[in-house]
Design a protein around this ligand. Sequence first.
Ligand code: ATP
Ligand code: MG
Length: 419
Amino acid sequence: MKVSKLFTKTSKNIPAGEIAKNAQLLIRAGFISKVMSGVYIYTPLGLRVIENIKHIIREEMNAIGGQELIMSSLQKKETWDVTGRWDDKVVDMWFKSKLKDGTEVGFAWSHEEAIIEMLKQYIESYKDLPVNVYQIQTKMRNELRSKSGIMRGREFVMKDMYSCSLDADQHDKFYNATIDAYNRVFERLGIANDTYVTFASGGAFTQFSHEFQTICDAGEDVIYLHRGKNIAINEDVMDDENLAKLEIKREELEKVKTAEVGNIFNFGIKKSEETDFTYTNAEGKKQYVYLGSYGIGVTRLMGVIVEKFSDEKGIIWPENISPFQVYLVRIGGEAATSHANEIYKELTENNIEVLYDDRDVHPGQKFADSELIGIPYRVTISDRVLENNTYEFVERKNGQKSQLTHEQLLDKLGRLHKF
Ligand code: ATP
Ligand code: MG
């Protein structure tokens, strides 16, 4: 991609009314555009990041047997009446509207009830189980507060997975496999070291649910960490009884601010009882399906990553989700230009994703933009470096510079395997 062809532009100015660092940087660098508080457009650069995050999540969900689908965004009242969750007094973040004939519809803020309603049409016997489905889709929530940029949207992308199992044993195996899969996702996204599986409030069936909390100053949650035992507990459920249960002492814990990047719920048969979701076992007897639900905040993750990986110059994308692998800068006259054009072609043909700054602007602006946009590696081709038959190679994360020959450059970039 050529920078001259990107319709988005970088900006030095902090966008008015935007207090979150993630949104400020993403807007300034041209990854998102703000529609209103909590509602953002993902421009071509931003979409590439989202797609990279989705790719990683998809691979890991498929690897544990998840089947991808897409549920509808418009939902029926009846779907939610079953559990009483259509009521605005029970769920306070519904966006609702009406069809022309007056029929009420809701914009999906979750798909739990909708998934169950759909799967009930297909699951009849024990032979039909287990089933694990997931989707990556936009959710709508009329959130009260929305000051965290893309970390709390009124419209945001979530991966939600649902598991249907025969019994507690099958259910537990999948639940634990999902924890492992989530850990792999966060590892590949570069935030595993700061992400903790956290005991959180559980709901009706289990005492605890598990949240995946990433240490982040801009996060809205507080957890307590026992680094030695690798145990984390949400402040919401931190009391003497739970501490005793987890065999940890209050004074051994460290208080940290975090952002919830994912959470998983074990519904057991509670939700199946509510919705009459059953199958017949080998003896022809009706049994309730064991259910689990598993979320990851895709756009929130993008925000958390920007919060964690940025400096005063801009964003520093982890390699795996950067919109491009290399930022190519050309400086100087005809020789440099034609050489840069060739290198751009050669790298692109080798499946290296290059953002090529082919604009006729001051070199300082190119460098500043490359740092703001945050591509991990920058290659500069100028008349001066060409005299020595080398290119300048700079790492965004530490500013380290080196001079590479053509062969060294291809070797280095060829080893950058995406994902
Ligand atoms: P939170 O506690 O942050 O309000 P939640 O517990 O309501 O989130 P879920 O409904 O389980 O979250 O959603 C699954 C995941 O989706 C969350 O772990 C979070 O990463 C993400 N998420 C939830 N709400 C938002 C939002 N308004 N904007 C962006 N991401 C969100
Ligand atoms: Mg939560």
